[in-house]
Design a protein around this ligand. Sequence first.
Ligand code: AHR
Length: 495
Amino acid sequence: ALAATQIQLDSSVQGAVINKNIYGQFAEHLGRGIYEGLWVGPDSDIANTKGFRNDVLAALKELRVPLIRWPGGCFADEYHWRDGIGPRDKRPVKVNTNWGGVEEDNAVGTHEFFDLVELLGAEAYVNGNLGTGTPQEMAEWLEYMTAEGKSTLAELRRKNGRDKPFKVHYFAVGNEAWGCGGNMTPEYYTNLYKHYTTFLKTPAHNTPKWIASGGHSEDTSWADHLTAHVKQKMDAVSFHYYTLPTGQWDVKGAALQFPESEWISTMQRTLAMDTFITNNKKVIDKHDPEKKVGFYVDEWGTWFDVEKGENPGFLYQQNSLRDAIVAALNFHIFHKHADRVHMTNIAQMVNVLQAMILTDKEKMILTPTYHAYKMYVPFQDATALPLKLSNVPDYKLGEVSIPAVSATAAKAKDGFVYLALVNANPNKAEMAEIKLDGIQINGISGQLLTAEAMDTHNTFAKPEAIKPTAFSAKAKNGKLSLELPAKSILVVKVQ
Ligand code: AHR
């Protein structure tokens, strides 16, 4: 018999609400993410609503996308909002200097972005331009979006087709200030953050949560400096971390046909998210013991070498079972830190990096990452039930070793308890024994995602090569004994 991972509730830890925005998305003006992937324009032969593809909208609705971050990314710090309003044929054409040097015709601007979030029933996260914009430009964008009276900017918004104000749920002041957002130090950015936010004003009932652009990877100095020195108008500090199989930016590793050494290194590097969040929380706790400031992981996901034949600036990559497992492991980490982590945004929603959806002209496929997001929908706004895992087997290859099994549980809004388990070992099934004291388990039912090969993926020719299958099991004396197939994700409802 296989030695089994023992899973039980951990009553020593308080479970926080898993904010639905932990399942947030990111759509930047980058490659074919917005143009082609989401937006085809109202005159396209591809069926669309207000210019957005119906097939993509329908698929995204199934994910209950809670929130979308826009327009960047690096793009945000070169974006001038006035370029994206008014008649589309009159909008200026710019060069997208960050992403492939292609033409940006500004067809998608503020009104189109809000059409998208409203069509999906999502919240809006607008990222302002600190890098090349002025406080005045940023303040006026907010006024344009939120003003109610007869100010010139409110009237301009009405002239452009929108009477009532837009609801801006979140607003960020710059992006990656340490890099493409201006190569600043935390000290310099903190001063600028205070300077700009002084002038950002909105009606009291339409005030966004204000986000300061923070650090990345192991660097905690941004969270430290910002939370020590900004005492108002900062609801959260953001954080970025990407998972590269090799950890090197010049040769990151391929999306498909990778060796097992790059499977395990990808898992190991993605699990570092836990350490990075833990370390950032420690520094934030010093300055904000009341936990007023959120820690938003507003960019994360896998980043592979760009596919052959694609524009290197478009960051288009295939997506396999490995990506789905990366997503699931990160969900478990985010649930664990739900007291501080109230939002995350995977990069990016369509056709860019770790995407939910890939498109080719009129065709569309759902990626394994899409399926992972769909399986975890019940965790949105659920209350985490912290778990204690013991006897967890290692999955080892050469010098690298990681825990093979990971699990998370929560009480969902429908009143049911949901359990999610991952077996990161690509070669071996693992047993798990689950007993949740005080929670009656008769049986479970839900979905399993797994496949034969580590890089199993969907293609336009074979769009359903990998998708979830139904799974159920019965408990014996309130105890569940499960076999988790190699490289699998299981999400079930407890009955
Ligand atoms: O998601 C792609 C890019 O990665 C974003 O534009 C930037 O913020 C990050 O470096």
